[in-house]
Design a protein around this ligand. Sequence first.
Ligand code: SF4
Ligand code: SF4
Length: 365
Amino acid sequence: MAQYAFRYAKAGLKSRLLTHEPLFLTVFVTARCGLNCGHCFYREELLNGNVKDEMTLAEYDTFTSKCPPFPKLIITGGEPFLRADLPEIAILFYENASKARQITIPTAGTHTDRIVGLVEKVLLPRKDLILEIQLSIDGVGADHDAVRGKGQFDRLLRTYEALKPIQDVNEGLRIRFNYTFSRRTQDWFEKTHDFVTRELGNPHFDMVLVRRTTVDDEYWGQVDIAKYRKATELLQAAELKKAGDSTFRQLLAQRVQVEREIIAEHHQGNPVMTGCQAGTLTAIVSETGSVRPCEVLDTTFGNLRDNDYDFMKLWENGLADAHRKFVKDTGCFCTFETCVRTTMSFQPKWYGKMAATYARQRLGR
Ligand code: SF4
Ligand code: SF4
């Protein structure tokens, strides 16, 4: 892991000082999904998604051959496993100029055979690849099904049980459960965390805060922030436990607390972090080839299809510059975890906060 952190830091420095290439790409490969979760921020795209508009494998080949290296990559949707060619897309991102070595794929976990098939085809032959399969979980049993649909919890568990033996013998695979913390699910966090970490014995558990762009914001979006903070404490306690006696790892584990506190403040409308790196260090490519700074704004820098699949041509154009100016001028802020995390990594003051949190813990305050 240390070598990947080092590679990421080195690429970050190079990007800031020389190349201005992003480090972190989220690529949406489909806007199709068989489910209909109330907290889904991609609802509009799901309603309008058409398989015929999706980038083809040949288009991904051209794009990934011309783009800069992306040390971190998320391949998402919709439900990414609805694409039968998902393993081939992932392999292109690994083999071509994009050189992805840390790939995360979030999924509702419905398509067990396809998920296991991808792990076998993509991960097992590539010893320097880290692949994270992120299984969405919203509760235990009927609670999960109340959000995702009848039978979904059993399907999710079936997928986990099929992946677990591979994770047990392969350091490159990480199965992470990911909880969407919403008004609907805020009372189920502890039970779900307990189920995953104790009953299933899987230590990798994370949460995202619901985006305030759901269809019924009052029902899903208005969370009790005290409950979110309590959930954060549980997550951090788990991270500290994993860190063991290592002071360095204990310090790094404070990231959870500091990052979630930023998100809690932003959720309440208090901008404690500005200088967002979306559109500078993080990028989005939609399933139709639109290059965007983040998942929250509708801003686009243009479409790969109209620009010879040349990512950097779009990344350095006037629209991209205008977005960066907008972020600077307005102090744009939100709760989008990927961007909060990336921005935090490159602002020294947050390391000071982590050190202070660590010191307080050591002193028992
Ligand atoms: S599974 Fe994901 S993409 Fe599909 S509706 Fe639910 S949140 Fe949206
Ligand atoms: S603060 Fe949020 S909305 Fe603004 S650019 Fe960053 S990720 Fe996008």
